[in-house]
Design a protein around this ligand. Structure first.
Ligand SMILES: Nc1nc2c(ncn2[C@@H]2O[C@@H]3COP(=O)(O)O[C@H]4[C@@H](O)[C@H](n5cnc6c(=O)[nH]c(N)nc65)O[C@@H]4COP(=O)(O)O[C@H]3[C@H]2O)c(=O)[nH]1
Length: 574
């Protein structure tokens, strides 16, 4: 008797507990009889499906059917229930409002003691939210989040499939590698939010100018790529590239700013220029690079010549990585002289690369590669240290050299720690920062204004003198020049070369000198090769010159000879 009461109480407690779990679980529970008629549901199910309990009791579970699954799906479900007493899987159901939703469902069979099915218990959770975030993740894996265009992964996949199709159908496809010209400047000058909007608009404009079957993808940064399938001829692709160029003539309007963007495009055609994704991308990239070299705003087909150049560049890049370590770099020095009496007032340090097999490689060939690969940062730091070491040595030997001029690349201003490196080198070699003259090309100051100006101002405040190199080639306005932390202008040697015969060049040099005087800037003429140059420049009141007339760039040892010669001859001057 006592035992029965305890047993009943335990049974009662267990049932209460089950009821609490049944009602409080966030998963929907449906209990049906053997004929699938609903006999009980919990609260969670009414929330998930939108039905009230009274509406469901007695109904067949078909009421939830979305109509998406076929008869094979249900056959498999019933077989599993009959054989194993349980079925688990993803199922699409329908809410009362007609909305279809994904659910994770477990159905268990309940049998009586005789083994006959009496009930089915279904537990299911609404997995729409999980599905949505999964879809979002899937989308992000294959699309660029900014422009929502296909990303590199999806593009590679589409190109792979297109290549297979073109092989089967024996036709050709083209890819066009697109880079937005000078996008970086816009981004740096007008801010990243602005740049982002421009990328979105540019992507959209590309998309609006291709056929539905073509793919436009964003590879990253300001690089886009277009895949054209089943192209008839090169002319057809050229016409298409021209169309894209024309589509960009119309300015972009972002926050009331009107901006003109141009495109540089590299085109390659399969199978002629490659039959696999990697080769085609590499070749289109090399062709795009060539289009940029040729003055931007245009397109370039991939050719054997480009392939050769790309290969040479790669070899150069590989070797350049070793050049510093293997001590193949050397600084040559070219004097800067007073026009009045030829006195050396500074030495410009100029990089030389002597490769054991490739021979002497001119800076014009390897500096652009060093800049693109970022190697210029470490090479540039080496140049500063080495120039400081040499100046210290000369001074210790009693030579008088007021300043050493060093070329600084725009990349060093963007990525390097230029200020610290200059300060540390000067301190180490006991030089004043004012012993250094830093030469920056005009285009760098025009392109990447804000950051460059900030760093150069800081260096100038420490005492360094700043020179604009190749002056005259970058269209700096007087107003713009006033904003720059600049001490000296170096007139580009292209203006000096013909100054004696070409009235236009003479006029330009005159104008630069007049402008510099107004802004109280020193001027140095570069590329002075003859006496006539010197005379004309002196007449125009130019005070300093550099060029073969005085000396070519020579090794430190030879430069010392120049200093010795000067020491002896100046001492004998009256
Ligand atoms: N025809 C002619 N040429 C003359 C005359 N006088 C000087 N030159 C040459 O003109 C170039 C002057 O240097 P740059 O304008 O800074 O132009 C430099 C500079 O932009 C870059 N470069 C050289 N060294 C460095 C460096 O250490 N760092 C960086 N970032 N760039 C460098 O390479 C360029 C070429 O350097 P180089 O081949 O040494 O060529 C030097 C020099 O040898 C002349 O009377 N006639």
């Amino acid at each position: 008797m006592f035992f029965n009461v305890t047993q009943r109480r335990e049974e009662y407690n267990r049932q209460r507990l089950s009821a609490v779990v049944f009602e409080s679980t966030s998963e929907g529970v449906v209990i049906t009889d053997k004929d699938n008629r609903i006999v009980e549901i919990n609260d969670a199910l009414t929330h998930i499906t939108g039905y009230q309990k009274e509406e469901l009791l007695g109904c067949n579970t078909r009421i939830f059917s979305s109509g998406i699954h076929n008869s094979a799906f249900y056959a498999e479900l019933w077989t599993s229930l009959e054989q194993r007493g349980v079925w688990r899987g993803e199922v699409w159901d329908r809410r009362k409002n007609g909305e279809v939703f994904p659910a994770w469902q477990t159905i268990n069979t309940i049998c009586n003691e005789a083994g006959e099915v009496v009930n089915y218990v279904s537990i299911f959770s609404d997995i729409s939210a999980i599905k949505q975030s999964q879809e979002k993740l899937d989308f992000l894996a294959y699309h660029d989040p900014l422009t929502t265009l296909p990303n590199r992964v999806l593009f590679t996949d589409r190109l792979t499939q297109a290549l297979e199709r073109s092989r089967r159908e024996n036709n050709r496809l083209a890819i066009i590698f697109i880079d937005l010209d000078r996008f970086k400047n816009i981004n740096d000058t007008l801010g990243h939010a602005f740049g982002d909007q421009l990328l979105v608009d540019a992507g959209l404009r590309l998309l609006n100018n291709v056929r539905k079957v073509d793919t436009v993808a964003r590879l990253g940064g300001d690089e886009f790529i277009v895949l054209l399938e089943d192209v008839e001829s090169e002319e057809h692709v050229a016409y298409f590239a021209g169309k894209l160029n024309r589509a960009f003539v119309e300015p972009f309007i972002v926050n009331d700013n009107h901006l003109h963007l141009t495109l540089s495009m590299g085109i390659c055609i399969s199978p002629a220029d490659g039959t696999d994704v990697e080769t085609l991308l590499k070749n289109a990239d090399a062709a795009m690079y060539r289009a940029k070299e040729q003055g931007r705003n245009g397109f370039q087909f991939f050719t054997r010549d480009i392939s050769l150049r790309a290969y040479e560049r790669l070899t150069l890049e590989t070797n350049l990585r070793d050049a510093l370590k293997k001590e193949q770099l050397e600084l040559y020095y070219q004097p800067q002289n007073l026009l009045e009496d030829g006195k050396i007032i500074a030495a410009e340090a100029l990089l030389r690369w002597q490769h054991p097999e490739l021979g002497k490689i001119p800076p014009e060939n390897f500096i652009p590669v060093a800049e693109e690969t970022g190697l210029i940062v470490s090479i540039g730091e080496w140049v500063i240290t080495e120039a400081c070491r040499q100046l210290r040595l000369w001074r210790d030997q009693g030579y008088v050299i007021p300043q050493i001029a060093i070329n600084v690349s725009g990349i060093q201003l963007q990525r390097g720690d230029l200020v610290n490196h200059v300060l540390m080198s000067c301190e180490f070699y006991q030089l004043a920062v004012s012993d250094l003259e830093l030469e920056i090309t005009e285009s760098v100051l025009m392109d990447d204004a804000e950051q460059s100006i900030r760093i150069l101002t800081e260096l100038q405040e420490y005492g360094a003198s700043i020179t604009i190199d190749d002056f005259g080639t970058g269209y700096s306005s007087l107003g713009y020049l006033k904003r720059l932390p600049v001490n000296k202008l170096k007139i580009d040697r292209n203006f000096i070369r013909d100054i004696v015969n070409d009235a236009d060049d003479t006029a330009i040099v005159k104008a630069i000198l007049a402008m510099a005087e107004k802004l109280q800037l020193t001027v140095i003429a570069e590329g002075v090769e003859g006496e006539a140059h010197c005379r004309l420049l002196s007449e125009q009141n130019c005070k300093i010159a550099q060029g073969h007339y005085f000396s070519r760039a020579v090794s430190a040892r030879e430069f010392q000879d120049l200093l010795d010669w000067e020491r002896v001859n100046r001492r004998s001057d009256p």
